[in-house]
Write a protein that binds this ligand. Sequence first.
Ligand SMILES: Nc1ncnc2c1ncn2[C@@H]1O[C@H](COP(=O)(O)OP(=O)(O)O)[C@@H](O)[C@H]1O
Ligand SMILES: [Mg+2]
Length: 327
Amino acid sequence: MPPAILTKNLRREFQKKGKTKHVALDGVDIEVEPGEIFGFLGPNGAGKTTLIKILCTLLYPSGGEAYVDGLDVVKDTREVRRRIAIVSGGEQSGYGIMTVFENIWMFSQFYGIPSKIAKDRIWHYLKAFGLEKDAHTKVSKLSTGMRQKMNIIRGFVTDPKIFFLDEPTLGLDVHIAREVRDTIRNWTTDHPDKTVFLTTHYMAEAEALCDRIAIIDGGKIVECDTPANIREKVGGGAVYHLKLEPVPPDLSFLDAIPAVRNPVLADANEATGQCEVRFNLDSDDQLSHVLQAAETRGFRVAGFAKAEPALEDLFMTIVGRKLRDEE
Ligand SMILES: Nc1ncnc2c1ncn2[C@@H]1O[C@H](COP(=O)(O)OP(=O)(O)O)[C@@H](O)[C@H]1O
Ligand SMILES: [Mg+2]
């Protein structure tokens, strides 16, 4: 069986009028196995949508190769399209004057699904998503969450071999986002041969849902592994949070303590004059050295906490800034 998705040195550049070339994908190599839920995680502007559009034959690459189910996305466009569905979050999709049922039905017919099978599947997923009673409601009357559920059902009903989801929970309420994730997971449990490729800038979502995650930043893959391995690789034990005032110009006062790893200056607040310094330590014993170093340099320790690393912190360690910085 070919990989569900394979890219080799994939590149995409954009040239805006009068501006220099912008490299959105800078030599991306990924391989996704059939049956995986694969997450493509990165901050806004990292290149996630660009990659998904290339894989879905909506955008040509500027260089390199990309295959979906063993098919070249540039040469075998029609064959690729038969095998995939794509649903994007955070945008108005679906036709407002049609009902929920009609919208999904229309897409099932674009894919040539026999009508009995299509109807059964539509009702099955409407029930699963709790949208049964809204089947004959016009799409323009739906809430954002209901509309996104409808879009995801539209994807399931066309029975894609590889399902692409571009930020499927963007802008949804927490509980609806969870429902969406559960439904995606249930779908893959019911159909173990199906592949899901999703993008997100929510670290927790990637961790909750994905078998493997590729982290992309500035068009480059900076990490690709299971969530557990990424934790282990980058985490290096507990994260210590030290509230300091005033805000230090840099973290050089930690240089002399080799036990401190991955120090990060965060949450600097001009109004309070406080900030948070986060770092990993091999053991609690080393903490007194840190406190001493801070005091010697004239910083007051206004608070302290120790936490198991959140993936969000790991992301900071990997790419040097928060996921949501660019929002
Ligand atoms: N059609 C376009 N024209 C010019 N620049 C683009 C275009 N599409 C995307 N870009 C740029 O490419 C980069 C990656 O965009 P995108 O793939 O949408 O990021 P993401 O989905 O990770 O937020 C961004 O800097 C974006 O501004
Ligand atoms: Mg995007």
